[in-house]
Design a protein around this ligand. Structure first.
Ligand SMILES: NC(=O)c1ccc[n+]([C@@H]2O[C@H](COP(=O)([O-])OP(=O)(O)OC[C@H]3O[C@@H](n4cnc5c(N)ncnc54)[C@H](OP(=O)(O)O)[C@@H]3O)[C@@H](O)[C@H]2O)c1
Length: 126
């Protein structure tokens, strides 16, 4: 279990998954920061790094994504920005000192206690 439990949850204020994740983290004793879009430029490595330092963030959870699958072919740049560039930016920030989690369907299944019969480590949120 990590000693520092201060999370930055991207998408945690408005996203379906982000809001639930923020709730679960808080129930498990984490301090959660979930800025609105206007509060943090998540596409700026410098801005995210400063935010992480200012709030002593120990972990970043990214639930921001381009989720309009049907439109992704038409809005390629937006889809790339959210689903490719953003994870890269976050990985660069995280490489400096903190942990980062990319949320998957498996993680969600475990969060809401849906039986998940695959041989993998359970309970990813300490
Ligand atoms: N929902 C599920 O059941 C589920 C299950 C497994 C995995 N996932 C995965 O979890 C991720 C999120 O899914 P979701 O259902 O939570 O999606 P969602 O409800 O549509 O939330 C998307 C989040 O991304 C933010 N966002 C979108 N475009 C943005 C931009 N340009 N700049 C800043 N923020 C932006 C949205 O903020 P705004 O409100 O400001 O637009 C919102 O907070 C996806 O990768 C999805 O595949 C979801």
């Amino acid at each position: 279990m990590p000693k520092d439990k201060r999370a930055l949850v991207l998408g945690g204020k408005t996203g379906l998954l982000g809001q639930k994740l923020s709730q679960v983290l808080q129930e498990r004793g984490w301090e959660v920061k979930a800025p609105f879009r206007g509060e943090l430029d998540i596409f700026s490595e410098e801005a995210v790094s400063s935010y992480v330092q200012e709030h002593s963030i120990s972990h970043i959870f990214n639930t921001v994504a381009y989720t309009q699958v049907d439109l992704a072919e038409e809005e390629k740049e937006q889809a790339r920005l959210l689903n490719r560039n953003l994870p890269k930016i976050l990985a660069q920030v995280a490489s400096k000192k903190i942990s980062i989690s990319f949320i998957t369907a498996q993680t969600l299944s475990l969060m809401v206690n849906i039986p998940f019969p695959m041989s993998q480590k359970i309970n990813p949120i300490p």
